[in-house]
Design a protein. Structure first.
Length: 95
């Protein structure tokens, strides 16, 4: 297992969750102190085009069963925020 965090300095700027690293299961949590939304997606996200939107403390879990059995690559999981400086924490299960 491994974990980390990611903050977006300027709202409207998508960032990869982490450098290239793969896992079997990934849980992302919007930081409890967030006041806005976190947008999560694959490849590209914006405030109007995203996979999932998280409020403070909400979580989302993605497993290999949802990616046709392929490992989840943290380099293609991207986030953006509606309020500058906010972000997520995450925990991954190694393959």
């Amino acid at each position: 297992m491994f974990h980390g965090s990611k903050d977006v300095a300027v709202a409207g700027t998508e960032l990869a969750l982490a450098a290239a690293r793969t896992c079997a299961r990934l849980t992302i949590q919007a930081k409890p102190a967030n006041t806005g939304f976190v947008y999560v997606g694959v490849g590209t996200v914006t405030s109007t085009d995203y996979g999932i939107r998280l409020s403070a403390s909400q979580t989302f879990t993605l497993g290999m069963g949802q990616t046709n059995g392929n490992p989840i690559d943290l380099a293609i999981v991207v986030i953006d925020v509606s309020v500058s400086g906010e972000g997520v924490t995450y925990i991954g299960e190694a393959i």
